[in-house]
Ligand binder design. Sequence first.
Ligand SMILES: [Fe+2]
Length: 399
Amino acid sequence: MQELLTSTRLDPYLALFLGSLSLVAVVWSILWLYFLPGGRGLWSWGPRGWRIPMVLAGILPVALAVLGFLPIGQTVQRGLSFAGAGLGLFGGLSLGFSAWRRRQSFKNFVPPLGPRLLNLQKGLRVQGEWRLMLTSDPHFDSPTSDTGTSLALLRRATKIPVQALVILGDFVERGIAGWGLTLKILREGLGTQVPLVPILGNHDALFGGHKLFLKAFPQQQTSSGSPWYYTWDVVSAEAVSVRFFVLHLLWGTETFDQAQHQWLERSLAETPPGWMKVALSHCFFASSGWTDGQRRPWFDHPETLAEVAPLLEAGGVSLVVSGHQHHLEYLSYRGLRYAVVGAGGAVARPVTHESPASLWRATRNKGSLVLVGTPQGLELIFEDEWGKELHRVQLSPKT
Ligand SMILES: [Fe+2]
């Protein structure tokens, strides 16, 4: 080895260039991830174990190549230059190749036949009472999810039947895979009978998965022009009419920018008088939950309760429905009612913190919320996947 190093030349400047390839690729990858939809949320809330290895992969090759300039003996110098250049080349090519493969898989994804989507511009126009089913977080491609439960819920939607099914995100586990399977299961369970309103979840958006979400569920024009936040209506001649506000909250308020803030205030003010207002969001507001290994509270989400909830309270919203937490719950906080409906198939974590706002909770049940529009207002029926009623609440329009 020593002879090889003595007889082989590697320009230290070339070694430094090759060593820095890994640093460039690491910096590019981190910036790319950070600026994706949900990237800032992933940075705050996601796992952190990858950070030290990633920083080492960026800095170590350059550091070795720099040490190769020091006058510490020709063999050692050359060894350091070779090590820096080799590691830099390996890191740069590995990250570059995985970015290229990801790009190719996005480009080549041809969605199979999926469910019928609700026309968001038209919404629903009904004569009398109406029913919607709301559930979330099926995580269809996760090995720990219960696909049988998810399918039972989809079939229940066709059996009731409801006028539309709303799934509030986390169709897949890692964003970049599982969309073909998701569409096939949705088609199998719903057929073409019940239209779907799909909402993006934090897992769906991982690693650029939001692009596959748009391919899987090609959106028509929305009321706001954004595919992530918009309103849609259920208008009834004899029962209550409701305007739904789909919010773009993936992990917390990281995606709640100025444009969405202004849109929400404007849309709340423009809702016809007498209609009820319901907000739909992947990320939770009030909920029970737990504290994770880094002592982060996955319950009563502080940022959304401080920044978004006051807008909803002032705007006359009656109910906020969210997923993210994998259970069913009903809560009341500062005059607003909250329903957590993340029991669409994914495994539920044990709840160690019961929210003081909680009025009812079913952590062992999978299930959904059936929202019934009646002449008196909204009826909320929490059901398990087989249609067994678990809890029922009546909500009157706000005066
Ligand atoms: Fe989830």
